[in-house]
Design a protein. Structure first.
Ligand code: FES
Ligand code: FES
Lengths: 166, 746
């Protein structure tokens, strides 16, 4: 077994240190070592997007990132999206719009939507569908997810300036 | 179409935020794979590389010696089952087959068939150890095709599956349903169309892989944490496979990441239990995606021959169907249900349906959303379309004329109660979609109708009134798509309180009465009835409590609109009375069950516009509308969600999903990338029309909505493709290569 590496990274604003084997994915370390199980595993080969997290602001499939690559990175996971007990615009739009059924895909969709709205605050339906096409949902048929992202975009614009926490 | 006399409800029909919403939007909700127990081991499985082979020997000694490995199990570690047939909630199951499917015994029947499992200190060691297990196989010729498997010359997969003369066969079961006089019916017909159809094996495709974490305690009590559609059936299967009493097994439901019928049968709990028994530690076992595709219930591919006769005026007179479904490596496809659905949308006086459950070297099939109905609807609904075209009859008018309605007898016997088949057809006729002409080259519109039974089965619930006027509801139906909300809303409606004042919990098998699976579109119906009964029980007890306070007879107390009302205008709201329970006898706990109620059946009619790229055969969906009878929509958002979700699964089934096998019976597309379920970029917005024809079997008129939306899409799309291209497709999926071939050979 290869020697474990010591990694220092930032997750949801906090400095975090962990030990990992070189072969371990970021997904495995988040879920098993750090108990951040909000990030989900659907395929472990980059096809479903359930494991999406933000790494230095960009959405990545954490199953395709090695944990050692997290050294000095800034990570954001689903656990860091809400501000304390206050759900953010995307989260509340998902709930109000019934954009989840089983909910296993939801963390990945929320992270991907966060990245989209940071890049493009006012996306069209087609832009949303294109940007979210790497995230699979087998339950909803996607309509309510797309609508929730549109609602969240609107909310974010009217609420701009009221940013909290991170 | 809405019903004019629709009763007014306070809670039903509103759209509250689901009770488990915050947990699921913040990543707090614990799904099956999220559990971690003290001292827990991680397990991995060795699976067969061959589709059909005899296992000559298994040598686990090297694996056992790998540092960090704690135990290895094979089929020999599960008790012998003999010839037992056990009723497992969703039908009778041959226990030897179930056991061999969970861990192979002497023979593998499909690639990916489980052979051995290893528990180790971490998953990487467990996976490495699997590679050290040495298995000697005698490879046999695989039987992959359902029709070939039926031939007397075919190799036989299960030697214990025999025909009436005692000869081993792949045809595990046959069905025959008849009605009227078939020959006379066809003799009356002015036009008869007969065609053959093929549909491919497809998978439920839930995003969460199967999982189980099991602890076999020193006292012999076994606890299973898993995501499952049915905790009680998982408990029974696990207990039966280990031949221990069911009460020694407790199944704790974790949140479940999709199921669609595929998470009813157990795969992992008995294996993790065997590993835990050997090690004395909790063992966690999670499938990888390839195993999900290769070794868990896809839904059967099929071969069908269907013949339908009509009179010149469009009157249906006769139908004959021959339906063979792949059962997979062991018997048990839903072909019986498919047979009952074939002609269920129509009033057809003379009919015959023959069905065959056929073993092939593919994973043992399982239910998938309206199991069996989508395949047969593809055949019948495309023939109906062709009949309409040849007779010059509008397909909507044909369905309004011949559609099933109250009093019509199905081929398999039952007579329909009040149903909404024609109402869904009318809703499509009246829809903006149908009223908007479709123009443009290589574009076409199609329509199709689908049926699903919806079942009742058994549910239980209990509800405790809290002093602050809320109610804690315990139920046993695992919540896959918002059923905590739909059950709580019915309880709230009955009690006259707010949906938010109900606190639902889905609890383990020791904490609630027997509840059948979350399947059969039954939860909002049957667990709903259990919750309504629990509410009525509460109301009865509240009247008694009020009577104590007012010093009158309970019979003098009425319950109206969330308040108890006594003599001389005395009144206490639910909340006020809840606060007085501690001084009038303590807790008020309501109990409710549902076991007798059966559903009347659900119908949906879909319209779709497509555009076909004549150079590539690619089909684009331009517009899609679904009209479905929901009886009474409890939470319309989740009803719409079921509609859209089912339609999109149906689109995937229609256009590209299929299992690809090579000549050796090895699946070549066991990843999401290659199997390819629809993404949000592949599908348009689905327009949803909720039709409400209340089901008289439910106090609020609920009909289950989950399954029937998947039934019409392949047929509707095939009919649209015909109108766009002039090509009638008889095979699923209608993928670009298949459609291109059909276009070129036109
Ligand atoms: S688990 Fe990472 S993309 Fe599916
Ligand atoms: S809500 Fe179940 S996979 Fe998206």
């Amino acid at each position: 077994m290869a020697k474990k590496r010591h990694i220092t990274t930032k997750i949801n604003g906090d400095t975090v240190e962990f030990l990992c084997e070189p072969r371990q994915t970021l997904l495995e370390v988040l879920r098993n070592t750090l108990d951040l199980t909000g990030t989900k595993e659907g395929c472990s080969n980059g096809n479903c997007g359930a494991c999406t997290v933000l790494m230095n602001g960009r959405p990545v499939d954490s199953c395709l990132v090695l944990a050692v690559e997290a050294e000095d990175a800034e990570l954001k996971t689903i656990e860091g999206v809400a501000c304390g007990t206050h759900l953010n615009a995307v989260q509340s739009a998902f709930l109000e719009g019934a954009a989840l059924q089983c909910g296993i895909c939801t963390p990945g969709f929320i992270m991907q939507s966060e990245a989209l709205l940071a890049e493009n605050p006012n996306p069209s339906e087609q832009e949303i569908r294109f940007y979210l096409a790497g995230n699979l949902c087998r339950c909803t048929g996607y309509d309510k997810i797309v609508q929730a992202v549109q609602t969240a975009a609107g909310k974010r614009q009217t609420e701009s300036g009221t940013k909290c926490c991170h | 179409m809405s019903t004019a006399t629709k009763p007014k409800y306070k809670v039903i029909g509103t759209r509250p935020i689901r009770h488990d919403g915050a947990d699921k939007a913040t990543g707090r909700a614990k799904y099956g794979a999220d559990i971690k127990l003290t001292g827990m081991l991680y397990a991995a499985m060795l699976r067969s590389p061959h589709a059909h082979a005899i296992i000559k020997s298994i040598d686990t000694s090297k694996a056992e010696k790998l540092p960090g490995v704690r135990a290895v199990v094979t089929g020999a570690d599960l008790p012998e089952q003999g010839d037992r047939i056990v009723e497992l909630g969703e039908g009778a199951v041959n226990m030897r087959h179930l056991s061999s499917n969970v861990l192979a015994r002497g023979k593998v029947n499909y690639k990916g068939h489980a052979i051995a499992a290893v528990a180790a200190d971490n998953i990487h060691i467990a996976e490495e150890a699997c590679k050290l297990i040495e298995v000697q196989y005698e490879v046999l010729a695989p039987v992959m095709d359902v029709v070939e498997a039926m031939q007397p010359t075919s190799p036989v997969i299960n030697s214990d599956v025999k025909d009436d003369s005692g000869k081993p066969t792949n045809v595990a079961k046959t069905y025959l349903f008849e009605k009227g006089d078939l020959a006379k019916g066809f003799a009356e017909a002015d036009l008869v169309i007969e065609k053959e159809f093929r549909t491919a094996t497809v998978h439920q495709g839930y995003i969460e892989p199967h999982n189980a974490t099991v602890f076999w305690n020193a006292d012999g009590k076994v606890t299973v944490w898993m995501s499952t559609q049915g905790t009680f059936t998982a408990r029974q299967q696990t207990a039966e496979l280990h031949r221990i009493p069911i009460s020694d097994v407790k199944v704790v439901p974790m949140e479940i990441g999709g199921g669609f019928g595929g998470k009813i049968s157990v795969y992992l709990p008995p294996v993790a239990a065997a590993l835990s028994k050997k090690t004395g530690k909790p063992v966690k076992l999670v499938m990888d995606r390839a195993a999900v595709f290769e070794a868990t219930g896809p839904t059967p591919g099929s071969s069908m021959k269907v013949k339908i006769g009509v009179k010149k005026d469009g009157t249906l007179v006769a139908g004959d169907a021959w339906v063979a479904f792949e059962a997979g490596g062991y018997p048990g496809s839903p072909v019986g249900m498919g047979c009952m659905c074939v002609f269920a949308c129509y009033d057809i006086p003379n009919a015959r349906v023959q069905g065959f459950d056929v073993c092939v070297n593919r994973p043992r099939t399982n239910a998938y959303r309206a199991p069996g109905s989508t395949q047969v609807a593809f055949a019948v609904e495309t023939i109906v379309d062709e009949l309409c075209e040849k007779l010059g009859i509008d397909p909507i008018e044909f369905r309004l004329k011949n559609g099933a309605q109250e009093g019509v007898r199905r081929v398999d016997g039952p007579v329909f109660p009040r149903i909404g088949m024609k109402e869904t057809v009318q809703a499509i006729k009246d829809s903006p979609h149908w009223k908007t002409p479709l123009t443009g080259k290589h574009r076409g519109r199609g329509v199709a109708t689908g049926f699903w039974f919806n079942c009742g089965l058994k549910s239980a619930a209990s509800a405790t009134v809290n002093p602050d006027g809320t109610v804690s509801l315990l139920e046993g139906s695992t919540d896959i798509g918002g059923s905590r909300a739909s059950i709580s809303m019915q309880l709230a409606e009955t009690l006259g309180i707010r949906a938010e004042d109900v606190k639902p919990s889905v609890v383990d098998t020791d904490s609630v009465g027997y509840t059948d699976v979350t399947g059969g579109s039954r939860v909002t119906f049957a667990t709903g009835i259990a919750a309504i009964e629990a509410a009525k029980d509460i109301i009865g007890q509240l009247k008694e409590r009020a009577a104590i306070i007012w010093e009158c007879e309970a019979a003098q107390v009425k319950y109206e609109d969330g308040s108890v009302i006594g003599p001389k205008g005395k009144k206490l709201t639910f909340k006020e009375l809840a606060d007085k329970l501690h001084h009038t006898g303590g807790a008020v706990i309501g109990r409710g069950t549902s076991s007798e109620a059966t559903q009347g059946g659900a119908f949906g009619t879909h319209a779709v516009d497509v555009e076909v790229d004549m150079d590539t055969g690619k089909v684009s969906i331009l517009r899609y509308t679904i009209a479905q009878d929901a009886g009474t929509a409890i939470h319309p958002s989740y009803v719409e969600g079921q509609f859209t979700g089912g339609v999109v699964q149906g689109i995937g089934w229609a256009l590209n999903e299929e299992y690809w096998y090579d000549a050796s019976g090895s699946m070549k597309n066991a990843t999401y990338l290659d199997y390819r379920i629809p993404t949000c970029y592949d599908v348009p917005t689905v327009e949803t029309i909720i039709v409400e024809v209340p089901d008289p079997q439910h106090p609020y008129g609920v009909r289950g909505v989950g399954e029937v939306p998947i039934v019409p899409p392949p047929a509707a799309i095939a009919n649209a493709i015909y109108n766009a291209t002039g090509v009638r497709m008889a095979d699923l999926p209608m993928s670009p290569p298949r459609l291109m071939k059909a276009i070129l050979s036109k």
